[in-house]
Design a protein around this ligand. Sequence first.
Ligand code: KIV
Length: 276
Amino acid sequence: MDKKKKLTILDLAEMKLRKEPITMITAYDYPFAKIVDDAGIDIILVGDSVGTVVQGVANTLPVTMEEMVYHTRLVNRARERALLVFDLPFMSYQEGLEQARRNAGRAIKESGAEAVKLEGGANMAKTIEAIVNIDIPVMAHIGLTPQSVHKLGGFRVQGRDEQKRKKLIEDAKAVENAGAFAVVLELVTCEVAKEITEMLSIPTIGIGSGIDCDGQVLVLHDLLGINPGRKLKMVKQYANVYEITKKAVEEFCQEVRERKFPTPEHTFYLEPSKGK
Ligand code: KIV
């Protein structure tokens, strides 16, 4: 993997052919976007998960286009190499093809993203086609689709019975035929995810869908352990940023209270050489 080369959707297709795993992560602001881009991530998704992990709301439904444009702009200023994907929020594309085209166009024009993501399978095939037809790349998202949480009756694993397996296969084929350049498989059993990955020519990016997907995505704040209340089986927590941050702030508070900070090295004097 060339950590310097700017990635496009064409590179992702080639990575699938070469069986080279694709990495994707969410980011919502400049500093984290800089870190994940410098770390060599292939795709940055500005996810509507911003609602649950940054805004503190219960699900992704309240997130707006304005908020997504704002966060994606921050991320776009930092990233250099990764492909940038804008997650279309709930009710920004479900009303009809005209609305979907308008908001996909706005996403690209106002935020600097290079592609949009939307949730849905066969039911969204026409929408995907309409957006792809105005030359905006679309990443699809099937399986557990958080914007349908009320219809699905909660956040559950998808594809455990034969009828659901068939539906997932049908959805995967539909989004590929509609022109999506990749598809997120969320909380799909690993057997069905493998079947879909082998069947499709576009890359599958899994979250909670097993090792056989063409790539993997995680929500950055989950991987970093920033929100201590969020513990999900599909997530591997690679750090405990909550504890690191809390400890640093406790230390700061203590040093201020004990008048140990600021020391001369953090102080400005009339005589500039003093305090060095
Ligand atoms: O919003 C999001 O972060 C997502 C990922 C979990 C794929 O859709």
